[in-house]
Design a protein around this ligand. Structure first.
Ligand code: GDP
Ligand code: MG
Length: 437
């Protein structure tokens, strides 16, 4: 899959100390291949990776994150940008708001119409009317009626009328008379782009002046999806795109290319046949999904904000001289804490998010440790070897802890210092203590 391919491209950077012209070039080439194989048009893939390359080489390398993490973030940002960056909401202010649904046969128009009606009813507190304007397939009316029944939304139909424009106009009249504030018109599609179909939808558009024209496209059709989008947009100048069947084994190319090609936002993604599986499209989340990752961006951004080069150097020096003390320890704790709750931080690590979701991880263990450090005198903090039995008793009392807690903490701290000492004996060993992925 695209996710796996991109992951293996980033892997090449793992273990690299810094971003260089050579390792970026190799990674970028891999990314480009992965995109093209996922049905992204070559020109777009090239433009994309050129941008990624420029950004990667221009980026200031900081010690807190590794080149591969940095690359993932750059690619993620560019993917989101390619898909439109921010979500675009439906324009549903007008009363009634008319929404015209268009697309090829089998793309999922009727299913989406039901999902959209359900979404607007349950999430936006609207009173929608569904309109069966597919005049060619008798079963189409029944299909929409079944969906409407499931979600408790009225369906307007005229089984004998073979004029889609009239049906749409009559439906809007009824909506106005009966207090519906949304009218969703489900139209007929053909298997391929076809003049009769286009003319019919264009005529409905001209007659009812919809606020929204949503183009529905099956994301599994890859490059064809993009060509179809272009044909529909040339004719209808639609207001948004709906990607359906994203639950299937799609290669991702359609989502990545459509916005670029027609310059219209993707507004919804549909992922299943159940009526409550409609999602507003968030470019950022889609990018994360394509990269198969948790919210690494936020994690990287927070790390960038908290760790600066100078502090890192100071710390490294102290560790090298075996001078790491309780003040340093406390400072490190505070920096980690500034990044957010431990549970949130864990959740942002790719692959960990799901595992910790249901766990009860609190920040209390941190609090206890901080209380013990706070209960030490400045001399004790700077010189941990001072802390004998009676001092431990006093520290425990001051921190509201048992003496066994202090003993345990002291033991862990001592082990940590021993480890640092050992690393100092290995050439280049102290590097291992820096935060690297
Ligand atoms: P239309 O011809 O454009 O109206 O398409 P339909 O709404 O009738 O859908 C065609 C087929 O695709 C039906 O079998 C739907 O159940 C199915 N379908 C629609 N949307 C989705 C989706 O998001 N995921 C999956 N897996 N199937 C879908
Ligand atoms: Mg249909």
């Amino acid at each position: 899959s695209l996710s796996e391919r991109l992951e293996s491209a980033f892997k090449q950077l793992k273990g690299e100390g810094r971003i260089s012209e050579i390792n970026v070039a190799t990674t970028v080439k891999e990314i480009r291949r992965a995109l093209v194989d996922a049905d992204v048009n070559y020109k777009i893939a090239k433009e994309f990776t050129d941008k990624v390359k420029d950004k990667a080489l221009g980026e200031k390398v900081i010690t807190a994150i590794s080149p591969s993490q940095l690359m993932v973030k750059i690619v993620k940002d560019e993917l989101a940008e390619l898909m439109g960056n921010t979500e675009v909401e439906l324009d549903i202010k007008a009363n009634p708001t008319v929404i015209l649904i268009a697309g090829l046969q089998g793309s999922g128009k009727t299913t989406f119409s039901g999902k959209l009606a359900n979404f607007l009813k349950t999430q936006k507190n609207k009173k929608p009317l569904l309109v069966a304007a597919d005049i060619y397939r008798p079963a189409a009316i029944d299909q929409l009626k079944v969906l409407g029944g499931q979600i408790g939304v009225e369906v307007y139909s005229e089984p004998e009328n073979k004029n889609a424009v009239q049906i749409a106009e009559n439906a809007i009249k009824q909506a106005k008379a009966q207090g519906y504030n949304i009218v969703i018109i489900d139209t007929a599609g053909r298997l391929a782009v076809d003049e009769v179909m286009m003319t019919e939808v264009a005529n409905v558009k001209a007659a009812v002046q919809p606020q929204e024209i949503l183009f529905v496209v099956d994301s599994m059709t890859g490059q064809d999806a993009v060509n179809t989008a272009k044909a529909f947009n040339d004719r209808l100048d639609f207001t948004g795109v709906v990607l359906t069947k994203l639950d299937g084994d799609t290669r991702g190319g359609a989502a990545l290319t459509i916005k670029y090609t027609v310059n219209k936002p993707i507004k919804f993604v549909s992922m299943g046949e159940k009526l409550d599986t409609l999602d507003v499209f968030y470019p950022e989340r889609m990018a994360q999904r394509i990269l198969g990752m948790g919210d690494i961006t936020t994690l990287v951004e927070r790390a960038q904000a908290q760790f600066n080069e100078e502090q890192a150097k100071k710390l490294e020096k102290k560790i090298r001289q075996n001078q790491f003390d309780f003040d340093d320890f406390k400072e490190q704790l505070q920096q980690i804490k500034k990044m957010g709750s431990i549970k949130d931080l864990l959740g942002m690590i790719p692959g960990v998010g799901k595992a910790v979701k249901d766990l009860d991880i609190s920040d209390d263990s941190f609090k206890g440790i901080e209380a013990m450090i706070n209960s030490m005198t400045p001399a004790e903090r700077a010189n941990p070897d001072l802390i004998d039995g009676s001092r431990r008793k006093r520290i425990a009392k001051g921190a509201g802890k048992e003496i066994t807690d202090v003993n345990q903490f002291m033991k862990q701290f001592e082990q940590m210092r021993q480890m640092m000492k050992m690393m100092n004996k290995i050439p280049g060993g102290a590097k291992g203590l820096k935060m690297r992925g």
